[in-house]
Design a protein around this ligand. Sequence first.
Ligand SMILES: Nc1ncnc2c1ncn2[C@@H]1O[C@H](COP(=O)(O)OP(=O)(O)OP(=O)(O)O)[C@@H](O)[C@H]1O
Ligand SMILES: [Mg+2]
Length: 305
Amino acid sequence: MSTIEKAMERLAGKGAAPTPIDTGAGAKATALDRSPADTKVGDRPVHVARTTGHKAAVATGERLAIDPERMRQAGLIVPGEGKTRITEEFRRIKRPLLANVEGRSAAPIANRNLIMVTSALPGEGKSFVAINLAISIAMEMDRTVLLMDADVEKPSVARILDLPGRPGLMDLLVDPTLDIPDVLYDTTIPKLRIIGAGRSDDRSTELLSSTQMRRLMAELADRYPDRVIIFDSPPLLATTQSSVLAELAGQILVVVEAGQTPQSAVEEAVAELDPEKAISLVLNKQVLPSPGGAYGYGYYGQYGD
Ligand SMILES: Nc1ncnc2c1ncn2[C@@H]1O[C@H](COP(=O)(O)OP(=O)(O)OP(=O)(O)O)[C@@H](O)[C@H]1O
Ligand SMILES: [Mg+2]
């Protein structure tokens, strides 16, 4: 038994306002726009509170178009294409994760709807797995998925899916007037919503480990308990960026590049994680024998049904 297999065996089974004022239209509204905080509407004294409206317009109604051809080229699951190897692999990967989301784990898991996708080292396939997992779950009958690009130094979700730059996680962390729905976008894949990485910021490491980030994670877990939230995350080793994500996500999926990642790196990464979490490993890019005798470049999920 390899060390990774042993690690997996060890991990198996764990897991644990003010009164609204009808401003009416036209002249009346304009008058109120310019009114002081204490004013009158007709004969009635009223207090006028103000909110900024421009932010809500950021995301409202915009549906990001995801091109199926682009997905096909990137080797991603293409909804509506029926049974393919990749859809089957992710069907097997998502099952135990969804069982945990539904509360069917052996031990209760806090924030079980928050799933962090990470790896020991860069380039192991985190974004590939996070995107496919999100699409696969969105294809379930009654599952809404929120995919968040939390790898803000190397944002990939928008690049891989060829999405336009929009405000995202970093904007949420630096701008206190923004709320989650302001950066949450619908997509042309039904039930798949996306929060991108947003603006780049020199303070990304600090921001990702800030109180705002903790608050955001807690809010995501509370506000959307029925929604599966998948975080494409920075690698675990050689960066501290993923520590709050790892601390607050209920489930952590560690992507391991088959035949490449040293076992010591996987062990070191897994050893840093809280064993109370539901931790799973995925062996990615495994080379599988193809029917013709040659070897394909494939994907292999480490889960049974
Ligand atoms: N199972 C797979 N089959 C084929 N190609 C894959 C697979 N997994 C990942 N790749 C490819 O490997 C490269 C790295 O994958 P990806 O960007 O998902 O890794 P990452 O861990 O997110 O990297 P980074 O640390 O830079 O964010 C990409 O070109 C991706 O298309
Ligand atoms: Mg990535």
